[in-house]
Design a protein around this ligand. Structure first.
Ligand code: ADP
Ligand code: ZN
Length: 738
């Protein structure tokens, strides 16, 4: 018996081995095996095929051991991985390894105890009266916060409440004793039994119902849908009910979400509706927990997977539906390690497994929109928020005009309009989110005398001043140096420019000393737990103002937030990236969607130097259609995706090696371009150096992937042994242009 094995090493290709007859009964597709490889006696590999004969002239070696009692990959997943490794041009072993939970080799970690039922909390009749009376609960702010949250959200699973108020259990119990909150337990529906759209599910709005009818009609076939619905339009409820139908038919479901740590509510809603039938896969879990969840799926003990991008490889059985929520989110594209796009793989997986695919977003990516327009995807629309609450009003503040009008220095870059709005919101005891996509205090430190910028010695970027820590920090390699007020070159005085979140936070504290302020960015929180804790304090209304990077744009449904301020909308606009405008529009729409989700309505103030740029002006008017139409026209004119396909070749090495390798690649590519492929470069990357390694890239553009694969084939020969020892990576459908 012969097997074809993908070895978990950085080599492309598969290798044939002989299976000793003693091991043969245990070997099936997707099995992990130990094999001799090169000089090493033992490497891990995966069985990806059963060839009838061996390639000529090769001395076959034997499989040493079969590593698992059952194969970790189902045959469908082996097929998906094979497809992915070919399309994304990555060594098979690398992708296989990335697809498995890191805890696979850990022997501990059995499935957790079964949950007994799903508990719900609901505001009781007297709740509204108590909340309206300022004297009631005056001495119990935690109870008041929980009650207000419940009044805004209605009947919700306790699991969701726990995500919002991790230490809120006593408050909930006290409220229940006072008769202000009802607690109810619903027993889970027996596995495999017909799941009625559970009692907890609300009656769908006509738009939701229409969407569900279409999803239902497509059941059992490969049919991709774009579910385009504004923030709060009830997309998640459509997913939940569509999945309930799939479960009713005994099938499984996969839900991909951008980042679970930022949306504990969403995971809570799935758990609440489906109980233990849901396995969660995200980076906030320990290796053992992730392994346990993975095993539950693999064994069929859990049939619904909710997870981040790597969950596209989760072993869900009898997959009937794949949902990609916020499908436009850049986190679905993996940039480190083997590059792949989980949303695009979702299309491939759904097709192979005859599953319905739902790509949901308030701001669909232009790729997906174009697929819908061309009739490849069916478009479903939820045009209004569920409760018919209006989308918040967005006001643009023209920073350029302020500056020309003589307003020189804005503390924390907060214009008078925005600080006044903050003041009024705080007076009304409501909450504020301030968003700025730049960390640190000042993004650039310059010498007044000689003009020298503080730069990283290892990377071609300027250092960011982090005032509280008293350091200059490189955001690319993490190198730090002490912040010195004097220029190391000439001794002149240095000053900082460019506002970051730390400075915004400081300015808010200074302007509003009574406000309770916190910051949410990667300097403050280092783990999913930290993130959840900050978000929970905000949800409990222990904080009045939350300042942060894009981490604040996703996250909770905070009913208390009535003001969202965008400190500088332009940060992403200037990047050398053809998706810069699209990304800006998406971020603004997302963050604006945080305002006015409670009864009070909401307001958004966006500060910008480019108030007339379509990405900003149209986001302010909530006009996705106009933005998308204009942007698609522009992409068509200049020949960028979705109208073309791209491939990047990224080169890293010594100054000389990187340049020579890039030139060698270009030389090899030229004869293969054949008039169909445009080559951009070779050129130094936008960030020319990271961690002391020089970076070059080449971009290839063509009408379709075939021509790009042909170019890749020509480049692959150079990539095996590039001049000067540089490293070369290929990236199909690249997202990062830096
Ligand atoms: P989206 O995913 O589009 O942001 P959600 O599904 O989260 O929207 O819905 C927004 C809010 O409206 C949630 O609090 C949800 O529980 C509620 N909701 C959704 N659909 C309905 C419905 N048909 N009736 C009542 N409430 C609903
Ligand atoms: Zn650096």
């Amino acid at each position: 018996m012969l097997v074809e094995v993908a070895v978990a090493a950085a080599v492309r290709g598969r290798f044939t081995y002989r299976v000793p007859s003693a091991l043969a009964p245990g070997v099936s597709l997707g099995q992990r095996v130990a094999v001799p490889f090169g000089k090493s006696r033992r490497a891990t590999g995966y069985v990806v095929g059963f060839p009838a004969s061996a390639p000529d002239g090769i001395e076959l070696r034997d499989v040493v051991e079969v590593l698992d009692p059952f194969p970790p990959f189902t045959p469908e997943l082996v097929e998906l991985l094979r497809w992915a490794e070919e399309y994304y041009l990555v060594p098979p072993g690398e992708l296989l390894r990335a697809a498995l939970p890191p805890g696979l080799n850990a022997r501990r970690g059995e499935a957790g105890p079964a949950r007994r039922g799903v508990e719900y909390a609901a505001p009781a009749e007297a709740a509204a009266g108590a909340a309206a009376d300022p004297k009631a609960l005056a001495r119990a702010p935690a109870q008041r916060a929980v009650l207000e949250y419940l009044l805004a959200r209605g009947r919700i699973p306790v699991e969701e409440l726990r995500a919002a108020f991790p230490k809120g259990r006593p408050a909930v119990a006290a409220l229940a004793r006072r008769g202000l909150v009802r607690l109810e337990t619903e027993t889970p529906v027996a596995r495999g039994a017909l799941l009625p759209a559970s009692a907890a599910a609300p009656v769908l709005t006509p738009a939701q119902a229409a969407a569900l009818v279409e999803l239902d009609a497509a059941a059992g076939t490969f049919q991709p849908f774009l579910l385009h619905g504004v923030t709060g339009s009830g997309k998640t409820e459509v997913y939940l009910q569509a999945i309930a139908r799939a479960r009713g038919a005994g099938k499984g479901a996969l839900v991909l979400v951008p980042e679970i740590a930022l949306t504990p509510q969403l995971a809570g809603r799935f758990r609440a509706r489906f109980g233990d039938d849901v396995a969660l896969m995200h980076s906030g879990l320990s290796d053992a927990e992730r392994h346990a969840e993975w095993l539950r799926l693999r064994r069929g003990d859990a049939r619904i997977c909710v997870g981040v991008r790597s969950a596209i490889f989760a072993p869900v059985q009898d997959l009937a539906i794949i949902v990609v929520d916020e499908e436009h989110d850049p986190s679905f594209k993996q940039e480190d390690g083997p590059p792949y796009h989980a949303r695009d793989l979702a299309v491939v997986r759904a097709k192979r497994e005859d599953a319905v695919l739902v790509l949901g977003s308030a701001t669909p990516s232009l790729e997906t929109l174009e697929n819908a327009r061309a009739g490849r995807y069916r478009k479903l629309e939820l045009p209004a928020r569920v409760d018919d609450r209006p989308l918040p009003e967005v006001e643009l503040v023209d920073l350029g005009r302020l500056r020309r009008g003589g307003v020189a220095k804005l503390p924390g870059l907060l214009a008078p309009q925005l600080s006044e709005a903050i003041a009024r919101t705080l007076e009304a005891s409501q909450q504020v989110i301030l968003f700025l996509n730049r960390r640190g205090y000042e993004t650039l430190v310059v010498c007044e005398v000689c003009g020298a910028e503080a730069q990283c010695t290892e990377c071609a970027v300027s250092l960011t001043h982090h005032a509280r820590r008293g350091i200059l920090l490189c955001h690319y390699c993490g190198r730090t140096e002490r912040m010195d007020a004097r220029c190391p070159a000439c001794g002149g005085v240095r000053y900082g420019v460019g506002v970051g979140t730390e400075q915004v936070e400081a300015a808010v504290r200074e302007l509003f000393p009574a406000a309770r302020v916190a910051r949410l960015d990667r300097d403050v929180v280092t783990s999913a737990d930290d993130t959840a804790a900050v978000l929970a304090r905000f949800a409990r209304r222990e904080l009045d103002v939350l300042v942060g990077t894009q981490m604040v744009t996703k996250g909770h449904d905070f009913p208390g937030v009535t003001l969202v301020g965008v400190v500088l909308a332009d940060t992403a606009l200037a990047l050398p990236d053809f998706r810069a405008a699209e990304r800006t529009f998406q971020l603004l729409t997302q963050v604006a969607g945080r305002a006015g989700r409670g009864a009070e309505g909401g307001r958004v103030v966006v500060q910008t130097f480019n108030p007339r740029t379509p990405a900003i002006a149209l986001a302010a008017r909530h006009d996705y259609a106009a933005f998308a139409a204009g942007e698609l026209d522009r992409r068509r004119t200049v020949g960028y995706p979705p109208f073309t396909r791209m491939m990047a070749a990224r080169v890293e090495g010594s100054e000389d090696g990187a340049r020579r390798s890039a030139e060698a690649l270009a030389h090899a590519a030229r004869p293969a371009l054949g008039g169909e492929v445009a080559m951009l470069g070779p050129a130094p990357a936008a960030i020319e150096r990271i961690r002391g390694r020089h970076r070059w890239h080449l971009l290839f553009r063509a009408d379709g992937p075939k021509a790009l694969f042909r170019v890749h084939a020509a480049l692959a020969r150079v990539a095996v042994r590039p001049p000067g020892g540089a490293a070369i990576r290929f990236d199909m459908d690249p997202y990062s242009m830096m």
